[in-house]
Write a protein that binds this ligand. Structure first.
Ligand SMILES: Cc1cc2nc3c(=O)[nH]c(=O)nc-3n(C[C@H](O)[C@H](O)[C@H](O)COP(=O)(O)O)c2cc1C
Length: 322
């Protein structure tokens, strides 16, 4: 069994990948999507999305980071994959799942799930543009509004030469609404010749087992669950191998959050407050203690004020009202 950290635009960046993979359990990460229009992107764009390319495409803990490309034009997807290849990424992933309106309007992401032939052309173009040693993977949803094209999409991805296929077990119309239909992935996982990775609504080690059982997939990908529980992959690994594992406490989790905010190279004035609030919302699902800190920082914008409040919270998480 392998566990992958999902691509999440605006959430799982370089520093987040680094911090989440430190506790073990992950076997691969994927960058936020890199949008490909009708031009060949300069190397600096790929390096911005994956600073890991300066270190062999690995996180500081040696976990490979695949570059994710999103676009609807096979020729330019191929040309950009060839450009990316010069930086020696450990793999290239193609996004056919993004539900965003701006992306689908420009014929990228999940809009392509209605066009299996074009998906096949894109995978073939990317595959043929890079060294056969570089894995090319694809990430899809079950469909756009139905599962009607699922089998054909999967077959085109295989015949295009992809090495693995990740399926987010929902349609584009389902967006992120629970449940995820893990069992709907089985028709593909049992049939095609490449590994299929199950993704969607895996929030715990128990969910991981259920998702594997229902989908017939060995490998899983974690998105929001990874933010809710920064050591979820280590927990899943321990459950899988029968090893004892002590879950990290809220205090240790908060230290991880602080380290992330300190390590970030993003200089936007609101970055610290926005990312902290965003992460605390995820963390509340697992750690109710995150709510009190969220209440303290929810109106703050400035980095210094945010750190001041975190310091106060650490000294006294639940002050009595005066
Ligand atoms: C804020 C956000 C950003 C995302 N960005 C990407 C992306 O850049 N590329 C991609 O393939 N999927 C993206 N996804 C989808 C996730 O990779 C994943 O498929 C989805 O969240 C379901 O998994 P989960 O239930 O474990 O979160 C994003 C999801 C969210 C919530």
């Amino acid at each position: 069994m392998r566990t992958f950290l999902a691509p999440m635009e605006g959430v799982i960046d370089y520093e987040m990948r680094d911090i989440l993979t430190q506790r073990g359990g992950y076997h691969r990460c994927v960058t936020e999507f890199i949008r490909v229009n009708n031009q060949v992107l300069p190397e600096k764009v790929f390096l911005r999305f994956s600073p890991e390319l300066n270190h062999g495409g690995m996180t500081s803990h040696g976990i490979p980071v695949y570059l994710q490309l999103l676009g609807g034009n096979p020729k330019f997807m191929g040309l950009n994959a060839a450009r990316a290849q010069t930086l020696e990424p450990p793999g290239i992933d193609i996004n056919f799942g993004c539900p965003s309106k701006t992306v689908t309007r420009n014929e990228g992401g999940s809009a392509l799930l209605k066009e299996p032939a074009r998906i096949g052309d894109i995978v073939t173009a990317v595959r043929d543009s890079v060294d056969p040693k570089i894995p090319v993977t694809a990430k899809i949803r079950l469909g756009f509004s139905s599962h009607d094209y699922l089998d054909e999409v999967a077959d085109r991805i295989v015949s295009g030469g992809a090495t693995e296929l990740c399926i987010h077990a929902r349609t584009r119309e389902d967006r992120y609404k629970p449940p995820a239909y893990w069992s709907a992935v089985r028709q593909v996982a049992d049939r095609i010749s490449i590994p299929v990775i199950i993704n969607g609504e895996i929030w715990s080690a128990e969910d991981a087992i259920q998702a594997q059982k229902q989908s017939g997939c060995n490998d899983i990908m974690l998105g929001r669950g990874a933010l809710t529980c920064p050591d979820i992959a280590a927990r899943i690994e321990a459950e899988h191998t029968g090893r004892n594992y002590e879950m990290i406490s809220w205090g240790e989790t908060l230290d991880i959050v602080i380290r992330y905010l300190n390590n970030s190279s993003n200089k936007h004035p609101r970055f610290t407050s926005n990312r902290l609030k965003q992460w605390l919302v995820f963390l509340q699902r697992h750690y109710p203690q995150a709510e009190a800190l969220f209440q303290r920082v929810k109106r703050l914008k400035n980095r210094d004020e945010v750190f001041e409040q975190i310091g106060k919270y650490q000294k006294n998480p639940n002050p009595q009202p005066e």
